[in-house]
Design a protein around this ligand. Structure first.
Ligand code: NAP
Length: 416
């Protein structure tokens, strides 16, 4: 067992392990959780009730989750001391137990402390940000047919302009880069420019595209679309497109066809069991999700495009406050609420726990406990259809009943 400074893993329960290229999940997996700051406390309490309720409903006593609290954010500072926002213990626990779930965390401002979420992603090499976007009947949406959008966005998490390689205008570093590019490479940059570097590698692209195609195979989805701006940024986004097709051909030749082949060889009709690999320029993709949403299943994107697209898609189904997400490496996975700590609602039992609950459903799906994920989806769909919802949905729905966070959790369990 790993060494911990201030934590003791539960004595009952067993760790999830890696067996070959799969996870081995015991009947009583130990799952570390980070409660989250602010209204994270309300959300976690409600979510845990829903998770335990769903597991019990589906498996009786045959399976159960053994929760293991680990710390980050304000609670970590209280337990581990000033400025310890992300203790080593927490990273050790996620590495030992592989799958974890977290509520929203306060991002400390100033003091040179990096975002906890970014640190978690980098330390655990969680290179894929996965966001499923679907509509639940009854949720107010700005479009006529929100039900037509049902996509999984698989976004690269470590590269692109988000790599953090940048220099402020007027600094000696920026001046040095500008001079180097001018003298050595003959390209002119205004001297008062800030500089950011946009690296996109073949390694990073292959592994995210591989993840997206595997996702499509496992979930029986019919297409993977590479979303890029390669017409302008040829050697980064354009390369993402090229390497994406290359990866599909090299590693999934028996499972995929390109959209071009679909027309040149198969008369526009995909052969049974084959996934269509297509690509769209990012700006066109934003039109497509509005105009022809049902033609897309998995969207695989570099970091920045994925950031924009996930929020735009979530807004389209009316579910910004309910959008689930996960950051995943080859095996490690951290499931999380995608909104912040909404501090003004902390400890009032009013906030919508939907984002964390749906992230939990993703987690059960990841563990292979798909029946639990389905029960949670049924529960949420039922509560919303009955118009018994938290304040955020209540203010947009006519004739709805406003519930507290805890009551909404009960309502979800009732509808499972
Ligand atoms: P926020 O916490 O997401 O809240 C902004 C507003 O969004 C809330 O006032 C509320 O709107 C609505 N909202 C968010 N979550 C909701 C929920 N579950 N149910 C209903 N409404 C919800 O964003 P913020 O105020 O910009 O950030 C607050 C703190 O969270 C900051 O410290 C930030 O760094 C951190 N943060 C953490 C994460 C993370 O850990 N993943 C992500 C983003 C931000 P109304 O007021 O209209 O009701």
């Amino acid at each position: 067992m790993a060494n911990y400074q201030k934590l003791t893993p539960p004595a009952d329960g067993h760790p999830i392990t890696i067996a070959g290229d799969r996870l081995h999940v015991p009947h009583d997996p130990i799952i570390p959780f980070i409660e989250g700051d602010g209204s994270g406390r309300d959300i976690w309490r409600a979510s845990r009730r829903v998770f335990d309720g769903a597991v019990k409903k589906v498996y009786g006593g045959r399976r159960r989750v053994v929760w293991f609290e680990v710390f980050a954010g304000e609670k970590a500072v209280a337990k581990y001391g000033e400025n310890v926002w992300l203790p080593e213990d927490t990273l050790t626990a996620i590495k030992e137990f592989i799958v974890a779930i977290k509520g929203p965390l306060t991002t400390p401002i100033g003091g040179g402390i990096r975002s906890l979420n970014v640190t978690l992603r980098q330390v655990l090499e969680l290179y894929a940000c996965v966001r499923p976007v679907r509509w639940f009947q009854g949720v107010p949406s700005p479009v006529k047919h929100p039900e037509k959008l049902n996509v999984i966005i698989v976004r690269e998490n470590t590269e692109d302009v988000y790599a953090g390689i940048e220099w402020k205008a007027g600094t000696p570093e920026a001046a040095k880069i500008i001079e180097f590019i001018g003298k050595e490479l003959g390209k002119k940059i205004r001297p008062d420019s800030g500089i950011g570097i946009k690296p996109i590698s073949k390694t990073g692209t292959y592994r995210i595209v591989r993840k997206a195609i595997r996702w499509a195979i496992e979930k029986n989805l019919s297409s993977v679309t590479l979303v890029h701006k390669g017409n302008i940024m040829k050697f980064t986004e354009g390369a993402f497109r090229e390497w994406g097709y290359e990866c599909a051909a090299a590693e999934f030749a028996d499972k995929t066809v390109t959209e071009d082949e679909l027309w040149s060889k198969y008369n526009g009709k995909a052969p049974a069991g084959k996934i269509i690999i297509k690509d769209r320029i990012a700006d066109s993709m934003f039109q497509q999700v509005l105009l022809r949403p049902d033609e897309y299943q998995v969207l695989c994107t570099p970091n920045l495009n994925g950031d924009y697209l996930s929020d735009a898609c979530a807004a389209q189904v009316g579910g910004l406050g309910m959008a689930p997400g996960a950051n995943i490496s080859d095996f490690f996975a951290v499931f999380e609420a995608t909104h912040g700590t909404a501090p003004k609602y902390a400890d009032q039992d009013v906030i919508n726990p939907g984002s964390l609950i749906l992230s939990g459903a993703m987690m059960f799906d990841y563990l292979g406990w798909t029946e639990v994920a389905e029960a949670i989806h049924r529960g949420i769909a039922g509560a919303i259809a009955a118009k018994r919802v938290t304040y955020d949905l209540h203010r947009q729905m006519e004739g709805a009943t406003k519930l507290k966070t805890s009551e909404f959790a009960e309502e979800i369990i009732r509808h499972m």
